[in-house]
Design a protein around this ligand. Structure first.
Ligand code: PLP
Length: 427
């Protein structure tokens, strides 16, 4: 049996940083990533056989808990029938129909294989359909790793951003305006100045990639109004929030209807599936109907689609989100209560099955406020919990996820660990 440390050493020799996606490397918390051997329900087991309560949930997809028997069975049955055809299947039509039925603003949808592909394609479509070049995004929102979306805010509100990754030429992000999340005035000002050239706004309707930041009342509707007035496309990136905050995503909870929506994570049930869709007149610009090119060898893959369909059917059962939301709220409240008892400045909130933990007395609602939280305390809390068998996301800039299998006993075990962890922090 190899230890996590041995595996990490070995991984670092063949894989840059030892991981296939950066946050897994524990860089912001230090220490050794746990190499997962298997997972079941709310638990993951590492290479050393240690069990953890998992609040990462594959970064969202594991809403039913890990390895749900019906999802696993669907995958096994699909696999026996062939792994991939490069030709259409009935199951992908079923998945498309289900997505359209559940997402209020979606009239047509195309399947892809990741969230990155979905957002990249939606932006190309918005640009192609409007004939405009500029896009608006918000600091702290993550929309995958395509070139034009890897931008950090410029110094002034209305300056165009700088690439936040090496390998992205400044010219590639010259059309990307990065504004402050929850600052509608900044968006108004951007449209006053550039309105005729803005193809789209892309936004996480609840920001889940800078910890969890809720939209202020009126922010999303304000974006809707500005886009409608200026002929720009409003894209809700619901890759995380879709089927996570409620049965119809954040558009269902708020009543705000985007023109395009991007999905991934839960709709693949743990397999690689993404999707982008929305108004039929916009979607008609996509090849082979229109001039906006988009394609994928493994798009609509039958095994991945089977996992997604099985997952969506199970979470479509009545009462699912009431129970999930109640548990997640109980987690946030329970952690807050233990922190208060220990005298640690801490706050927490949740929406549906996602939550945010903050080492600050008040829940932050801007990127700057999230950045001002106590990162050193988070790091100590993360390890104190990990040592006690509870695995939170290894970064203070990530949301957390609860599954249908995180029952009262799992929450209680989390609270017991948290009581000790907060006490350790207070010392
Ligand atoms: C995870 C995520 C993405 C990227 O999805 P990948 O499947 O990792 O490419 C895009 N947008 C949001 C909001 C996400 O949370």
């Amino acid at each position: 049996m190899s230890t996590n440390a041995e595996l990490f050493d070995r991984a670092c020799r063949s894989i840059p940083g030892g991981v296939n996606s950066p946050v897994r490397a524990f860089r912001s918390v230090g220490g050794t990533p746990r190499f997962i051997k298997r997972a079941q329900g709310p638990y993951v087991w590492d290479a050393e056989g240690t069990r953890y309560i998992d609040y990462i949930g594959s970064w969202g997809p594991a809403i039913l808990g890990h390895a749900h028997p019906e999802v696993v069975r669907a995958v096994q049955e699909a696999a026996v029938g062939g792994l991939s055809f490069g030709a259409p299947t009935e199951a992908e039509v079923e998945l498309a129909e289900l997505l359209i039925q559940r997402m209020p603003s979606m009239e047509q949808v195309r399947l892809v294989s990741s969230g990155t592909e979905a957002t990249m394609s939606a932006i190309r479509l918005a640009r192609g359909a409007t004939g405009r070049a500029k896009i608006v995004k918000f600091e702290g929102c993550y929309h995958g790793h395509s070139d034009s979306l890897l931008v950090k805010a410029g110094s002034g509100l209305l300056t165009f951003g700088n690439p936040s990754s090496a390998g992205v030429p400044p010219e590639f992000v010259a059309h990307t305006l990065t504004l402050e999340y929850n600052n509608l005035q900044a968006v108004q000002a951007a449209f006053d100045q550039h309105g005729a050239h803005i193809a789209c706004i892309i936004v996480e309707p609840v920001a889940g990639n800078m910890n969890l930041v809720m939209p202020r009342p009126g922010f999303l509707q304000g974006l809707r109004d500005l886009c409608s007035r200026h002929g720009a496309v409003l894209i809700f990136d619901e890759v995380m929030t879709g089927f996570r905050v409620g049965p119809q995503g954040m558009q269902g909870l708020t009543g705000v209807r985007p023109d395009l929506t991007t999905l991934a994570k839960i709709i693949g049930g743990g397999m690689p599936v993404g999707a982008f869709g929305g108004r039929a007149d916009l979607m008609a610009h996509i090849a082979p109907l229109g001039g906006v090119y988009q394609a994928g060898t493994l798009s609509g893959n039958p095994v991945a689609v089977a996992a997604g369909l099985a997952t969506l059917r199970l979470i479509g059962q009545p009462g699912f989100y009431d129970a999930l939301g109640e548990r997640t709220a109980r987690l946030a409240e329970g952690l807050q209560a233990r922190a208060r008892a220990a005298g640690v400045a801490f706050s927490a909130q949740s929406i549906g099955g996602m939550f945010g933990l903050y080492f600050s007395a008040q829940v932050p609602d801007t990127f700057d406020a999230v950045s001002a939280c106590d990162a050193a305390l988070f790091k100590r809390f993360f390890h104190a919990m990990l040592d006690r068998g509870v695995h939170f996301a290894p970064s203070a800039f990530e949301a957390g996820f609860v599954s249908a299998t995180h029952d009262q006993a799992v929450l209680q075990a989390t609270f017991d660990a948290a009581e000790q962890a907060f006490a350790e922090l207070a010392r």
